[in-house]
Design a protein around this ligand. Structure first.
Ligand code: R5P
Length: 302
């Protein structure tokens, strides 16, 4: 890419620099001034014709506002012709309908806000339930979704997959993901059915014929937040006789208390991509993200 720069806020500097170095681009920091009353004011550095902004959205509220303000600053820079967003983790996608009277459709608010401002939005394993295609639902930008299963399968296989491994998904929605990973690794898979009774309360129903007795198990999920899903799943798998349990997730949103809860439930190791900076990060996304940046989707491609 010629005449391009990657910009990132301070907390995203490490993965952003790794991505910039894969792309052979300069990487610069968007400084954030915090006024005594709590208001914020970003300051963007000297820019280029194409500006890529890297922003991962765990704890998203202030980060969103900072991004919108930085975007406004860049619209005032005569050099800038095109702005693209690399958001490995996109927040607010879960609320894709108003589940209760009086609630918003947060996904639509967030996606429209970003689609109006950026010429392309690259994201990783977006947490979508009823929205099949972000591009069809929120036109006006190019949505580029990077699925991680093939990349994770190669990384997991490089580590060595134990004989008899079973890949487990926590809910029906995870079936395509676990299927793809299991196919690539050449092992079997199964998915549970999940009922969520509250933010921290989930019920899981095992699939008929679940066969994990004395076998190693790898749980795959896109997000881990409270750790409730993982912990319940691990308990059910231990009851079913699993010999060992590990987990791989894309977006690590969980805190230390959730990590302890999952350990106590019997999960020996949790590994994540670095879509969110976290102690569990084991799979850096700089390589696949760089490929996505230089290979935008063809017009009309699904
Ligand atoms: C749900 O659809 C997701 O795939 C995750 O299972 C869920 O978001 C995990 O949340 P928590 O860690 O709070 O149970």
């Amino acid at each position: 890419m010629r005449d391009a720069i990657l910009l990132a806020f301070s907390e995203d500097q490490r993965p952003a620099s790794a991505l910039a170095s894969q792309l052979g681009l300069p990487c610069a920091e968007i400084a954030l001034h915090r006024f005594p009353d709590g208001e914020i004011c970003p300051r963007v550095p000297a820019s280029a014709a194409t500006v890529l902004i890297y922003r991962s959205f765990n704890q998203p509220n202030e980060k969103l506002l900072a991004l919108l303000l930085a975007h406004d600053a860049l619209t005032r820079d005569p050099n800038v012709q095109c702005m693209e967003l690399i958001a490995p983790y996109l927040p607010y996608l879960r609320q894709d309908i108003a589940f209760h009277v009086g609630e918003p459709v947060s996904q639509a608010v967030l996606c429209r806000l970003l689609a109006e401002r950026f010429g392309r939005i690259i994201t990783v394993d977006p947490h979508l339930h009823r929205t099949a295609d972000l591009g069809a639902a929120y036109p006006g930008t190019v949505w580029q979704v990077l699925p991680t299963q093939d990349f994770l399968a190669d990384a997991i296989a490089a580590d060595g997959t134990p004989p008899g491994l079973v890949i487990i998904g926590p809910d029906i929605e995870s079936t395509p993901l676990v299927n793809r990973l299991a196919t690539r690794l050449g092992c079997s898979f199964a998915t549970f059915a999940k009922e969520r009774a509250g933010d921290r309360q989930v019920d899981l129903v095992p699939p008929t014929g679940l066969d994990v007795a004395d076998r190693p198990v790898l749980i795959l999920d896109d997000i881990c937040s409270t750790g409730g899903t993982m912990a319940r799943l691990a308990e059910a798998l231990r009851t079913a006789g699993a010999r060992s349990i590990e987990a791989v997730i894309t977006h690590a949103l969980f805190d230390d208390a959730a990590a302890a809860r999952m350990r106590e439930a019997g999960i020996a190791r949790i590994r994540s991509t670095d879509s969110i900076g976290h102690p569990s990060n084991a799979f850096p996304l700089a390589g696949p993200l760089a490929e996505a940046v230089v290979n935008p989707p063809r017009r009309g491609a699904p």
